[in-house]
Design a protein around this ligand. Sequence first.
Ligand code: HEM
Length: 117
Amino acid sequence: AAGDAAKGEADFKKCKACHAIVAADGTEIVKGGKTGPNLFGVVGRTVGGVPDFAYSESLKSVGAAGKVWDEAMLVAYLPDPSAWVKAETGDDAAKSKMSFKLSKGAEDMAAYLATLK
Ligand code: HEM
């Protein structure tokens, strides 16, 4: 991918109020909030795929359609999550629970998230 994972890692300070990164064995890679789901292993995971996380109906319906996160999808999602779920579902009323928009550096962030596996 075109992104710079080191830049994405530095930029993750924008995300950690809402997202932690916790490995499968429980190792806390980034201490973070619980408003959003754990982002460890998100690339390769079904959209809305953390069991027991209270996702929006919109994001869950994208996952139910079989979509799995890859870097290109993250680059499309991060700048405007609600616009992305509207486009993915074809439903103009669809809305993501993630109100934060990453205005730049989405490729770097996607490259960083892809290393977390
Ligand atoms: C969902 C990434 C910042 C709250 C997600 C998802 C990703 C993501 C990839 C989908 C996860 C999945 O399908 O399991 C990021 C990144 C951020 C960021 C990289 C920083 C650049 C934030 C912030 C908040 C937030 C600051 C809170 C203010 C949420 C919530 C969801 C979510 C609530 C669930 C969305 C839904 O159910 O529609 N985030 N996020 N995120 N994020 Fe973030």
